[in-house]
Ligand binder design. Structure first.
Ligand SMILES: [Zn+2]
Ligand SMILES: [Zn+2]
Length: 257
């Protein structure tokens, strides 16, 4: 059977990029849709290798940390001045409260004002995390994670294929439920093999494996990891509790479901 969703890792770094690697950005493609989940700093350069950006049907942002949305700004310049232009404005879906924050950032340097700067090329929307978001033949649903600011894990489905992106989170029952039985769980492992005390908003690789095991996902891909640990060490740590297939996300990796 032909694949129904393709996932391309455009950027897999956490807030401090690994050498030569961009921050969070994932391209989902189905028969009728091309959707970006997050567009973190440095990701637009990699995006050119994946798709002509005017072909994107939407950009959907998990939360308003710089490593998840900041390259909306260079995308704005690309849509306004080229090299590639687009017929019609591009929908950008932000979490609740995100549009005010994006406008505040744009107002710091846009002489024409944040309204014109953004609205000329984008349709800036906020999704309602309680409702599904349909983008052509892809259906997206949201679930709040445990992070420092309001953050939403995203489940993208078409037919029997499903990708769940954890966004940034500490161990979280709601994210486990959201990932239940998915074809592919793209899960952060920011803390890697380390430890972090007190209130936190991220996972170790082992905890990512535990969440995948509890959610009974068919496959686990670790992402949002630093350069502190070797990739195979992270995979091994996740495998200590998850018996399914584990791999590591890296910029340019592409998978069909
Ligand atoms: Zn992050
Ligand atoms: Zn974050």
């Amino acid at each position: 059977m032909a694949a129904t969703i393709r996932l391309r890792v455009v950027g897999s770094s956490p807030s401090v990029q690994r050498p030569g690697r961009a921050c969070s950005c994932y391209l989902l493609r189905s028969r009728d849709a091309a959707v970006l989940m997050d567009l973190g700093s440095g990701a637009l350069g990699n995006l050119h290798l994946a798709i002509d950006y005017p072909q994107l049907d939407a950009v959907v942002v998990s939360h308003m940390h710089a490593d998840h949305f900041l390259d909306v700004i260079p995308l704005r310049y690309g849509l306004k001045y080229g090299p590639l232009l687009r017929d019609g404005r591009m929908p950008v879906w932000l979490p609740p409260g995100g549009s005010e924050m994006l406008r505040r950032i744009a107002s710091a340097f846009a002489p024409e004002g944040p309204q014109d700067f953004l609205d000329e090329v984008f349709v800036v929307n906020e999704y309602d995390p309680a409702l599904p978001l349909e983008i052509n033949d892809l259906r997206l649903t949201f679930r709040r994670t445990r992070h420092y600011i309001d953050t939403y894990a995203i489940r993208a489905e078409r037919g029997s294929s499903s990708v769940v992106y954890s966004a940034d989170t500490a161990p979280c029952d709601d994210v486990v439920e959201h990932a239940r039985n998915c074809s592919l769980f793209l899960c952060e492992s920011t803390i890697g093999l380390g430890t972090e005390d007190g209130e936190r908003g991220h996972l170790t690789a082992e905890e990512a494996g535990q969440m995948a095991a509890r959610a009974e996902t068919r496959r686990l891909i670790l992402t949002h990891y630093s350069s502190t640990y070797a990739a195979d060490e992270l995979v091994e740590a996740a495998q200590s509790s998850y018996k399914g297939r584990v791999s590591i996300a890296d910029d340019g990796v592409e998978l069909s479901l």
